[in-house]
Design a protein around this ligand. Structure first.
Ligand code: FCA
Length: 326
């Protein structure tokens, strides 16, 4: 009888062992502003990959607005998480996010979009991982310039539609880098028309593009500049709506993963390609940094710029994405 009891107890302990292990796993949050964008889905996938490699559980929460952001931090604290990586829906939420995280003793790393304080200045007190925004913008301008020359377009027939989102610093840096490199190459600044988008998605950029095109019926060829694929795609859709032929449009996005749908369409559109940075690195590295901070006290550097970028087009996107495991 005694032996049987011992055997049963041991069996019961073994049965519950995985549960106990799961409970011991470190929990880390990964909060993103636009979970519908493949960019952020890719970050999540690679955060999960890092979690699996490190033995941490990643709690992924979409935070499209300020209220959901603050609630998500409460949820993380209640579930025993030790910290989180976040791309905030509005960079001005920075101080509120930091305050709430501090109140629970949670560590925070910002990804993609840097927090700003009440005065609108960057908050260096929160470690940041982001793409080299100005440089990637410059590359967009250079690629547009090269393609317009390949097509033999004359400067006097060509204008640039610049869809801006200046309240977001990374966006402002990208579009200004792009304009700067076009200007340095010889494209007149006077022919670059800026128009702000109300929302950072295709419908917002489409509205912006439409209003700009209505003001410039004289332009024959268009270059389209924007901070990411969706912004640039909105501009392309606007040219299509105005029946501007795709061969009169050159658009190059940024993000890459958000352009896959467009590049896989059988018909060629004005969207030539996209600059693909490293959403995989953003997702994996931030998670790894947070884990090391939480478990070993290794504080991440204040700023980590991710610089790799490759131009993907209809010809090479499959192989380039595969190279990164995307
Ligand atoms: C910003 C943009 C995203 C992505 C990211 C790196 O957050 O909104 O689309 O480009 O930077």
């Amino acid at each position: 009888m005694k032996k049987l009891l011992v055997a049963l107890t041991v069996a019961a302990m073994l049965a519950f062992a995985p549960l106990a292990l799961a409970q011991d796993k470190i929990k880390l949050g990964f909060l993103v502003k636009q979970a519908e964008e493949p960019w952020f889905q890719t970050e999540w996938t690679f955060a999960d990959k890092a979690g699996a490699d490190l033995g941490a559980e990643i709690i992924k929460i979409a935070v499209p607005d300020g209220e959901k952001t603050l609630t998500a931090i409460d949820t993380l604290a209640a579930s025993g998480a030790k910290g989180f990586v976040i791309c905030v829906p509005d960079t001005k939420l920075g101080p509120a996010v930091k305050r709430k995280a501090d109140s629970y003793g949670l560590k925070v790393i910002a990804v993609d979009d840097q927090f700003v304080n009440a005065k609108g200045e960057p908050m260096d007190s929160v470690p940041l991982v982001m793409m080299a925004a100005y440089e990637i913008g410059q590359r967009q301008g250079t690629e547009l310039w090269n393609e317009m020359n390949k097509r033999g377009w004359k400067l006097e027939d060509t204008a640039a539609m610049v869809i801006t989102a200046e309240e977001l610093e990374t966006a402002r840096l990208r579009t200004s880098g792009s304009m700067k490199s076009l200007e340095e190459a010889g494209f007149p600044l006077a022919n670059m028309y800026k128009v702000p988008t109300k929302t950072n998605d295709i419908p917002g950029a489409l509205d912006a593009g439409n209003s700009l095109l209505a003001q410039h019926p004289e332009v024959k060829h268009w270059l389209i500049i924007g901070m990411n694929d969706n912004t640039v795609l909105g501009g392309v859709r606007a040219t299509e709506g105005q029946r501007i032929a795709p061969e009169n449009v050159i658009a190059i996005g940024i993000n890459g993963v958000d352009a896959v749908n467009e590049l896989s369409k059988p018909n060629v559109t004005g969207f030539l390609g996209s600059l693909l940075p490293s959403p995989d690195v953003h997702g994996y590295k931030t998670t790894e940094m947070l884990y090391n901070w939480v478990t070993k006290g290794d504080e991440p550097p204040a700023f980590t710029a991710v610089t790799d970028v490759v131009l993907i087009t209809r010809d090479n996107y499959k192989e380039e994405l595969a190279k990164k495991g995307l």
